[in-house]
Design a protein around this ligand. Sequence first.
Ligand SMILES: [Zn+2]
Length: 415
Amino acid sequence: MGGYDSVTLYKIRKLLAELSGIKGRGTELVSLYIPPSRPVHDVINILRDEYSTASNIKSDTTRTHVQGALTKIVQRLKLYKKLPPTGLAIFCGAVPKPGKELEEFVLYEVVPPKSINTFLYRCDDHFHLEILRDMIRETEVIGVISIDSSEAGIGVIRGNMLTVVDVITSGVGSKHRQGGQSARRFERLREAELEEFFNRVAKHAVKALLEEYPVKKLIISGPGPTKEEFYKGEYMDYRLQKAVIGLADTSYSGEEGVRETLERAKDLLRDTRLIEEKTLIEGFLKEASRSDGLATYGLHEVMGALEAGAADMVMVSEDIDTQVVELTCNRCGYKRMMFVNVKDVYGLLSEEMQRRCPRCGNVDWSYRQLDLVDYIYDKAQLTGTKVEIVSSKTEYGQMFKSFGGLGAMLRYRSH
Ligand SMILES: [Zn+2]
């Protein structure tokens, strides 16, 4: 895949979801994309110019907000001697907060997964996210045509998703000749029918695999020699013909054949996230099914293994609904961590915040909510543990979810 890991993708997707929900009161939300080659002082000068220009804004609130955001960004940029190798994106603005009368400034800094090519400064009533969004869009699409003389299925693989987009039935008669028909006539008829079918499949393929989901690579699969005939006969558009990376033997054709191709063309699909995830989860399931296996699951077990440095890899479902809540005693600094289902957070907090601090006996807490993946990722950095975010949309992802959506592969058995 694109070369960046599942955690980076997860974090950026989450951030995009958060940022896209933010609306400014006026034209006052600042988006800034800086290419890596741009000198920081150069950017600071541009922002200072924008600051003076902003003094012409008539609305007091908008002016204060824009200038406030620019000041915050300049302060942040001053911390950089050099920009990260892919550049830097910053989103800053005054945002309404629930239960508060005045807006509060937020500032998000993103090191993009791919290099930023053009400098962009925008002040608008929303954040400009297209550039980041384009970066994480799955660029490689692989097509599958699974064909025999009775039917053909067309599918596409994008990232960790497989979609069957079309199924075409042939209407070609059976291989066995009816009584009274001459062998030659039967053969000719069958060939003509097959050719008509191949041309029809080729036409559908143009629509599905060039127009709808432009594919870079194509695999042709199916039982028996029909797939070779289809491929060697060059029925397809030359672009699709050129995109073929291999043929694969399957026992089925059509929709079932498309799905089976994943299994049978593993080598050809090795680099796709779909196969990567499938392999990860298969490995996990195999270990989890053995009593002395190197897999563990469940919040308590996985956290324990992570803390002990026993986890080689932690796997998390992308939509796991557990959050981390950290309570800190304002009087003595005592800290408590809790793992809570998202929907129970507020109920639990209102209860826990009434309790006395076990260290100093006061009832004076503040709290912080953390994303479980962020929490795990930070811990994992300390112990050299890999973290993989797995999709919950795939069949394998669903299987993994039935283990609570959290698992670890261990370096060794702890007991
Ligand atoms: Zn205390």
